[in-house]
Design a protein around this ligand. Structure first.
Ligand code: UDP
Length: 195
């Protein structure tokens, strides 16, 4: 699948199936990869936030999250097959995790929310292995411990819900150190899961 330049952000155009397959390939390779879910808001923000734009263009996969992104690609003459929402992609990956024996970590959202999302994931995807949770409110002093805890839990997939662009910037800054094969910023997904 191709990349489509939308206002300077190169967005991939996979189907959901291809996105899931690509992520599985990243997990098998085991190198630290960053996945971003580009909705219209994120792309607009990148037009005035150079750091975010750089990160998105360095990401290993940028999926078209939202009707606005898919519409923009079509408008620019590069139709995309479908919308690949971050929430939906995260659910597809969780659904596959038990059979693939993959370990998952939830980092972000208000105290208690990631724990509630973990409970929901365990209910929805029997056998899923959520190897750790941490709320998303912290100071710089807390960061070494957060990173050490994530590393020690050895997840295959790290979902980070700190909001845009904090989650992308935090992940980009710590990607190599974390040594997690796949890291994804998921915005409000834990809140949605927790209900
Ligand atoms: N959040 C957090 N730490 C922060 C700021 C926000 O964990 O310092 C969480 C917040 O509790 C919420 C998520 O990040 O769960 C952001 O959700 P939102 O729907 O606003 O995401 P966005 O629209 O930015 O993707």
């Amino acid at each position: 699948f191709d990349k489509v330049d939308i206002l300077g952000v190169k967005v991939d155009s996979p189907t959901m199936g291809q996105a899931v397959e690509t992520v599985q390939g990243f997990i098998e390779k085991g190198e630290s990869t960053l996945i971003a879910t580009a909705n219209a808001e994120m792309i607009m923000r990148a037009t005035y936030d150079e750091e975010l734009k750089t990160i998105l263009n360095a990401a290993d996969l940028v999926v078209p999250d939202g009707a606005g992104t898919v519409w923009a690609a079509g408008y620019l003459g590069h139709p995309m097959p479908e919308r690949v929402a971050g929430y939906d992609l995260s659910q597809e990956l969780m659904k596959l995790a038990p059979e693939k024996n993959q370990r998952i970590y939830f980092f972000g959202s208000a105290p208690g929310v990631a724990d509630m999302a973990k409970k929901k994931a365990e209910e929805w995807y029997p056998g899923i292995n959520i190897v750790g949770t941490r709320n998303g409110f912290f100071t710089a002093d807390d960061e070494p411990q957060i990173i050490a805890d994530i590393k020690a839990a050895k997840p295959d997939i790290l979902f980070v819900a700190l909001g845009v662009p904090k989650q992308e910037k935090w992940l980009y800054a710590h990607l190599e150190e974390l040594e997690v094969p796949v890291s994804i910023g998921v915005g409000g997904s834990f809140d949605v899961m927790a209900g």
